[in-house]
Design a protein around this ligand. Sequence first.
Ligand SMILES: Cc1cc2nc3c(=O)[nH]c(=O)nc-3n(C[C@H](O)[C@H](O)[C@H](O)COP(=O)(O)OP(=O)(O)OC[C@H]3O[C@@H](n4cnc5c(N)ncnc54)[C@H](O)[C@@H]3O)c2cc1C
Length: 241
Amino acid sequence: MPKLRVKLARRDEIAAATWAFTLGLDGQAFSFKPGQTIDLTYPNMPTEDPAGNRRTFSIASKPGLDHLQIATRVRGSGFKQSILQADLGTTLELDGPYGSFTLPNKPSSVVLLTGGIGVTPFRSMALDAAARSLEHALLMIHSNRTPEEAPFLEELQRLASEFRRFTYRPTMTQADRSKRPWNGDRRRVDRDYLSEVIPSQRDGSLYYAAGPERFVGAVVQILKAMGIDEDQIRFEEFPGY
Ligand SMILES: Cc1cc2nc3c(=O)[nH]c(=O)nc-3n(C[C@H](O)[C@H](O)[C@H](O)COP(=O)(O)OP(=O)(O)OC[C@H]3O[C@@H](n4cnc5c(N)ncnc54)[C@H](O)[C@@H]3O)c2cc1C
């Protein structure tokens, strides 16, 4: 698959040490489904990185725009330091889209379970569902330690208030450490919590989990222990977290 050359068009801090990067397509066609990923390469990267100059990211924006957005926690790697410091207008290379972690075409009831930065594929799904008025019923459970660390929190709260088939349930497991008031859930995503918040009518529902490997592994175990059939569970793990 030929690589697309894209330009770093914007960089926004969307949560503590968490950045969204907007990649301008400059009129080039790039079609994808929400939930798919890209591989992003930084040619001639200025900072060394033993893991190289390429990373996989879920596309966080909805299809049909003149740009793509990815989002990531910026920590120590040379790759992340380099894109954080890159001048706007820097050329990056992208290939994809990859993956089949996408919603079914048939209107379905889907529970989206995520922790922290794992929200990226689900943000794309929710924005797209609202833009196209999809009939799917989406319930997103998003676990973070504090509101400050929760990527896209206000945007998803707003989206849920505007599009009634999207329900957003953020939970802040260390809200007492936050400087912001928090009146929502504070529970950990464990079996008791999921038994309460997931609709009891489960026939035909689908369960998607995305994010850090530890979070996804634990959630999948809980879903199975709750008696949910493996065929109804899909997951995407982000290594490196
Ligand atoms: C299908 C798929 C989809 C993905 N989608 C995304 C996505 O949408 N967004 C995304 O961010 N990643 C995504 N990833 C993961 C991404 O490709 C990187 O592996 C990940 O972001 C880690 O990046 P990094 O190697 O540059 O390390 P960095 O994040 O820079 O971390 C550097 C090192 O610090 C260590 N470290 C661990 N915890 C901390 C901490 N609290 N503070 C500082 N350092 C720490 C890490 O182990 C790592 O070795 C996806 C991966 C896959 C396979």
